[in-house]
Design a protein around this ligand. Structure first.
Ligand code: PD2
Ligand code: ZN
Length: 287
């Protein structure tokens, strides 16, 4: 790299040129190639493109009335690892999607941990509620027919161990997590497609946000496999994740808006029983 290239500045003219190229339908790859051909170092060119296009999309989103994007939990998949070291356990990366950000993990929980969570939850199960966005309270909802319970964050050694593991897996503070929720689905029960973030337009949302801001990520861990059905579906991208015991699906949403394509649901169980543990992650410490 020559000294001229290292001193190259990302000027407003360069940013405008990058935006023009993108709007003209040129691929990121061809724009990068053109920049390299005119003597830009790859590092500066990539940074210029990433920051310019991110800024451009954010300005456009604001003009369209979308809520601002915020930082979200994210596993470090930069060099395509097959496993992530979570301290006490090596977790497999089975599948990763960029938009929506969806990552499927293998072997996040051991069989013994799955059994222990189900055993501890069983006597405490009650009909699942959903947050009532009109008031900020909770209600029984026909869209969600599972039974469930919440552990307190850090309630016991097992819960603490799993919460620490999740924190390392998705690079997010443990204190930003809601308590681990266990859900039990019998045949015919389901969780109809929904978004996990709170709708900013609903009157109860400001009250909900006082406890740690928006939800920005969800991890669904499969504890007990049904025989048929019960997959977690993402209708916008026609994706279905099999509810395989010990595995998990993670997804994040940087703004409270359908443009995140994170509409998702739990399909009806057709045979057998489905058990999951859900970890919802907030922007800030969840009180
Ligand atoms: O049980 C599921 O697969 C499921 C689907 C959608 C769980 C949740 N959402 C959730 O707990 O948020
Ligand atoms: Zn959900």
């Amino acid at each position: 790299m020559s000294s001229t290239q290292t001193r190259q500045q990302i000027t407003p003219e360069l940013r405008q040129w990058i935006v023009d190229q993108a709007q003209g339908g040129h691929t990121a790859e061809s724009v990068l190639k053109a920049m390299l051909a005119s003597g830009w170092s790859e590092e500066v060119a990539v940074e210029a493109m990433e920051s310019t296009l991110r800024g451009h999309l954010e300005t456009k989103a604001a003009a369209d009335g979308l809520p601002p994007a915020v930082p979200v939990p994210d596993p470090d998949l930069d060099d395509s690892p097959l496993y992530i070291d979570c301290g006490d356990r090596r977790v497999a990366v089975l599948q990763a999607m960029g938009s929506p950000r969806v990552v499927v993990f293998g072997g996040l929980l051991s069989d013994e941990e799955c059994d222990q969570l189900m055993d501890a939850a069983r006597p405490r199960l009650a009909r699942s509620l959903t947050v009532q966005t009109k008031t900020g309270g909770e209600e029984v909802n026909a869209d969600r027919t599972s039974n469930g319970m919440f552990f307190q964050r850090g309630e016991n050694e097992l819960v603490r161990r799993i919460e620490e593991r999740i924190g390392r897996l998705v690079n997010w503070p443990v204190e930003n997590g809601e308590g681990l929720q266990i859900l039990h689905y019998t045949p015919g029960t389901e969780y109809k497609p929904h978004y996990d973030y709170f709708d900013p337009k609903e009157p109860g949302t400001p009250t909900i946000l006082k406890r740690g801001g928006q939800r920005v990520g969800t991890l669904i861990m499969y504890l007990g496999e049904p025989e048929k059905g019960g997959g977690t579906v993402f209708p916008d991208v026609h994706l279905e994740v099999a509810p395989k015991r010990g595995n998990a699906v993670f997804f994040s949403y940087e703004r409270a808006h359908p443009s995140t394509k994170t509409l998702h649901g739990g399909s009806p169980v057709n045979a057998g029983e489905k058990w999951i543990a859900t970890k919802w992650l907030r922007e800030r410490r969840f009180e």
